[in-house]
Design a protein around this ligand. Structure first.
Ligand code: 13P
Length: 252
């Protein structure tokens, strides 16, 4: 089964709207015409509108970094899936480890957010991954299997057909410490096995699993050539259009 690779840039809480415009323009110039790999940029909420305008007509898709579980209502400061869809988003990142760590998200909220995203026609990029303590204690496999099944509880293969999973070992995020290609492949295979058991072999063979954690131009090719690694979710390196383009091109 060949899966189209997907490279997404998570800009996190970086770039004002004017800076987002400049970065989006640079992304279009660097890789906006590449169609053999799916590319996504995920600016902040305030950067979405201007990024949408700048990537219009290119092959680059727009994603958000979070959404609320409800469609609308008295939730001061929150943004719903319908708002993101209307703002031009195709994708939304859900359950990033920073949201789990700083904003108390867990399997239950992640599950609700996946449902909210799907109800609004957004493709969820669902993040899982272990901390260093868990890895050192030998608990990685159990944790990523639990995070995967917990996030997807009660959802069917048909409902989840657009979902992407991102394996992001917390110890590799923003640390410069990248998982070895073998470590990434091992965990991706566990996740795919868990998907096979819960949603079936057909679903599992089609579902794309990205790796995230200190992906850079110089380590992308080796990681992306692993059989179960279907792309990358890139943080820091996605803030530079040339560096991000090099990661995109490493998949070709
Ligand atoms: P870095 O690429 O900066 O390590 O961040 C990874 C990440 O968290 C992407 O979502």
């Amino acid at each position: 089964m060949s899966r189209k690779k997907i490279i997404a840039g998570n800009w996190k809480m970086n770039k004002t709207p004017s800076e987002s415009a400049a970065l989006a323009i640079a992304c279009v110039a660097e890789f906006g015409d590449i169609a053999d790999v799916e590319t996504v940029i995920c600016p902040t909420f305030t950067g979405l509108a201007v990024a949408r305008e700048k990537i219009a007509g290119s092959k680059i898709a727009l994603g958000a970094q979070n959404l609320h579980t409800e469609k609308n209502g008295a939730y001061t400061g929150e943004i719903s899936g319908d708002m993101l869809k209307d703002a031009g988003c195709d994708f939304v990142i859900i359950g990033h480890s920073e949201r789990r760590q700083y904003f108390g998200e867990n399997e239950e909220t992640v599950n609700k957010k996946i449902r909210a995203a799907l109800a609004s026609g957004l493709k969820p990029i669902v993040c899982v991954g272990e901390t260093l303590d868990v890895r050192d204690a030998g608990g990685t496999e159990k944790l990523v299997r639990t995070q995967t099944t917990g996030a997807l509880a009660g959802l069917t293969a048909a409902e989840l057909s657009s979902m992407v999973i991102a394996y992001e070992p917390v110890w590799a995020i923003g640390t410069g410490r990248v998982a070895s290609p073998a470590q990434a492949q091992e965990v991706h295979a566990w996740i795919r096995d868990e998907l096979t058991q819960t949603l079936g072999a057909d679903f599992a063979s089609k579902c794309r699993i990205q790796y995230g954690g200190s992906v850079k131009a110089d380590n992308a090719k080796e990681i992306l050539s692993q059989p179960d690694v279907d792309g990358a979710l890139v943080g820091g390196a996605s803030l530079d259009a040339k560096g991000f383009a090099a990661i995109v091109k490493a998949t070709l």
